[in-house]
Ligand binder design. Sequence first.
Ligand SMILES: Nc1ncnc2c1ncn2[C@@H]1O[C@H](COP(=O)(O)OP(=O)(O)OP(=O)(O)O)[C@@H](O)[C@H]1O
Ligand SMILES: [Mg+2]
Length: 405
Amino acid sequence: MSVMTDEKIKCELDGALVHSIELHLRKNHPAVSLDDYRKQFPTAPLLSEKAKELVRQAQAKKAAGAAGSKPLTDFERKPLFEVFGLPKNAANNSRGAPIEVSVMVDLDDNQLALVPDIDPAYVFNIELVKTAIIALELNEPMYLWGYHGTGKTTILEQTCARTKRPFLRVQHTANTEESHIIGQYVVRSRPAEVEKLDAHGVKHTLIENQTVTEFQLGPLPQAMIEGLVYCADEYDFAMPNVTSVYQPVLEGKPLVIKDAPPEFRIIRPHPNFRFVATGNTNGVGDETGLYQGTNIQNAANYSRFGIVEEVEYMAPVIEAAIVSAQAGIPKGEAEKLVEFANKARDEFKAGKIGSVPSTRELIKVAKNALVRGGNYRIGLRQGFLNRLSRSDKGALDQVAQRMFG
Ligand SMILES: Nc1ncnc2c1ncn2[C@@H]1O[C@H](COP(=O)(O)OP(=O)(O)OP(=O)(O)O)[C@@H](O)[C@H]1O
Ligand SMILES: [Mg+2]
């Protein structure tokens, strides 16, 4: 524990006893800048012990994101249909009035840089948007899972883009460690003032590069302090002993980083902090054989997600609208591609083939076909079929031949 003394320091210009030279100069010697003072009196102190302690406490409070450090009123309520560019009656409550959502306002430049860009070609699945909005409004951790390329990550990104919430996406892999999430000590080289005596015994202040060890906060405490939406992407790729670090945070409690310096040891969630996650499985293991590298997760960890939703392939008409809008192909052709995809998905479900095409792949197939003068068979081969086993490829190529000639 530090001991705070009340002892003041002396201003070398007028002998006044003060706690902060900077404040004293501003009030009593406005013509002298802090830099001028430093140059003129290189060895004179600039802050009293008490002032240093107060500065340290203020920094610690900021780092701990003390609830209310940013007012809770930094958002405005707007109709959901307007924010998401949907038809007027697309999202009404049970009384027939438009559902309202919170849209962040007064963001600073750093926060704005983290708000995802709006994708004008994005097609919102209204039910999924409502689920995402409920999770964000109620501050309930949400986990979206399902087949690859069904739009789990992008629905979160686009919901944040529309509601202007700063978004931090963190990928998980088998190599993700606790320190990648909460932070760690790093060694840095940075300029620092050092005092040296010359041959005549006169003291000089020089700027030299010094190696310092300091604690660098990881993305989770950063999001908690700054009030970001933390997206734990590919959550089920991480090892369960690593994801256990999230448990208190999923309960809305502070994060305790036991090895960090005192100012970073307890990180409290900012009122705007939110936790969302995605995965290809729901934590009980891969039931499809498609998702090598996912791990069976700890059920107690998953039980802390208040909202869990399976994101399935979209209705054909919506999926075709997406493929058409994202790749710039005519609707009719996109519908045919989706019909092909659904045939392949049925074959997969019946255990006849070993892989499925996702919306992401269909968009790539359509783009490939477009640059090949509308040749969907080449597009399909390059964007999907060439990744399949020879027998699966042969079977689906025949379907493609019948549909696309
Ligand atoms: N509703 C949508 N409107 C427009 N494009 C979409 C939509 N859903 C998905 N996409 C497109 O499909 C692609 C895949 O989406 P996304 O990356 O969100 O899938 P995912 O479910 O997170 O996949 P993975 O499990 O592989 O991480 C995106 O690049 C996006 O262009
Ligand atoms: Mg994803």
